[in-house]
Design a protein around this ligand. Structure first.
Ligand SMILES: Cc1cc2nc3c(=O)[nH]c(=O)nc-3n(C[C@H](O)[C@H](O)[C@H](O)COP(=O)(O)OP(=O)(O)OC[C@H]3O[C@@H](n4cnc5c(N)ncnc54)[C@H](O)[C@@H]3O)c2cc1C
Length: 388
């Protein structure tokens, strides 16, 4: 039986775009469907960091941190015009959760895990250097460190991946809604809608890259009961029209709930995030007054001179499978149903989009070619770079 596409990717965030690019580059006839705009979902609501998550780096997640830092290096080398490295400033105050010595140890381990790169190692600033740090509160300040990490414009990156996928033969549909998929012997019959126009096509495999909407998407494929529960975490950000500094800071909030980022963004300043668990319709996620006040209070505490009001506030959602053991697949973030020819991505990061896309496409190719194990050995995904 002939089908229109080998692969239908649902969702045009960073994860879907990465999978579409890797699939198209590796010979799969691919269609990607996004209902709003490329990267307009939770991708756009990220911290914009390409990093090993220093904030969450503990001994127990050392392998994940290492993988992310290797990816950071790969992405810095394949997309230097979109992904850039910068110094991040880390002040440590007397009442902070982390003391200077433990911060120093954490930074040292972070740099070691980065491996051999041309990036400089972290530095401890002298007291004279603190003074010039753009109005940083000096009361109870014990030490200031700076370390290297990378950042990007995530929407531009997503658009570039889609552009690359198209150049390699993929069909990119946006704004087009994925309505449903009905299982047929050799894959799925998919229905999509643009305005009042409905279109159907067939595909051999579906990759669900709709992030926080992934349960709703699985429901539209009749797979809801086969997909494990997903947990969503809401993160809230504020933006100021004024630029606080040209530097990027990580600051500890007054309640020690995990560091916040304060970074220049476009002409102004981005501050976030305040995190909490979220249940409900992802469409309805929005900041509360308390979350915004908490972020404003934290910025003013650290930069007392910066007494502007935020110009906007917004919330994003991260999603992950509730329990590790529920995850079937080559990676805890990929859930594979071989019989159903379905792959879902849960908890994908901006930083890890490329490696997840590689793993996803290797497995999809393996299933479509009837040999999952064998296909994992082949080095054919190595070209899934930005090379366009
Ligand atoms: C607040 C926050 C901060 C983060 N910061 C960082 C960071 O600094 N660094 C990092 O590496 N990672 C970060 N992450 C993680 C990462 O950025 C996001 O999880 C990731 O970008 C999500 O990408 P995605 O493609 O999975 O989802 P999304 O970007 O949400 O994409 C899903 C897409 O599916 C589309 N869609 C949904 N339903 C349908 C349908 N029926 N038909 C068609 N399209 C549909 C949506 O419109 C959306 O565009 C952060 C996450 C959050 C929430």
């Amino acid at each position: 039986m002939s089908t229109d596409f080998d692969l239908c990717v649902v969702g045009g965030g960073i994860i879907g775009a990465g999978i579409a690019q890797a699939a198209a580059l590796n010979g799969l006839s691919t269609v990607i469907v996004e209902r709003k705009g490329w990267g307009s979902g939770n991708t756009q609501k990220s911290n914009k960091l390409v990093h090993g998550s220093l904030e969450h780096f503990t001994g127990s997640n050392i392998f994940q941190t290492r993988e992310d830092l290797v990816e950071r290096q790969v992405l810095l080398s394949i997309a230097p015009d979109i992904i850039k490295s910068s110094w991040f400033y880390l002040p440590v105050f007397e009442d902070d959760r982390r003391l200077p010595w433990s911060t120093e140890l954490q930074l040292m381990a972070y740099d070691i895990l980065s491996g051999k790169t041309k990036l400089p190692w972290f530095k401890k600033l002298s007291e004279d250097e603190w003074r010039g740090l753009d109005g940083l509160n000096q009361f109870k300040l014990e030490a200031v460190y700076k370390f290297i990490d990378a950042h990007t414009d995530e929407v531009v990156l997503t658009q570039e991946l889609v552009r690359s996928a198209k150049i390699h033969g993929a069909l990119a549909l946006c704004p087009v809604n994925f309505d449903e998929a009905i299982k047929i012997p050799d894959g799925y019959k998919v229905q999509v809608t643009k305005g009042s126009r409905t279109r159907t096509f067939e595909c051999r495999f579906i990759a669900n890259a709709t992030g926080a909407w992934s349960s709703l998407t699985a429901e539209r494929m009749g797979l809801f009961s086969k997909i494990p529960a997903v947990q969503c975490v809401k993160s809230t950000y504020i933006e100021f029209a004024q630029q606080l500094s040209e530097k990027r800071f990580f600051i500890e909030p007054v309640n020690n709930a995990g560091r916040l980022i304060v970074a220049p963004w476009r002409e102004g300043t981005l501050v976030g995030s305040a995190e909490k668990l979220f249940t409900g319709n992802p469409e309805h996620v929005k900041p509360t007054v308390e979350e915004v006040e908490y972020l404003v209070k934290t910025v003013r505490h650290h930069f007392p001179h910066f007494n502007h009001s935020p110009s906007q506030a917004w919330s994003g959602l991260g999603s992950k499978l509730l329990a590790k053991k529920q995850s079937k697949g080559p990676d805890r973030r990929l859930f594979l149903l071989e019989e159903a020819r379905y792959l879902g991505v849960y908890g994908g990061q901006l930083t890890s989009y490329r490696i997840l896309a590689e793993k996803a496409v290797k497995n999809i190719l393996g299933i479509l070619n009837g040999n999952v194990e064998g296909s994992l050995e082949k080095p054919f995904i190595s070209s899934s770079s930005m090379g366009i």
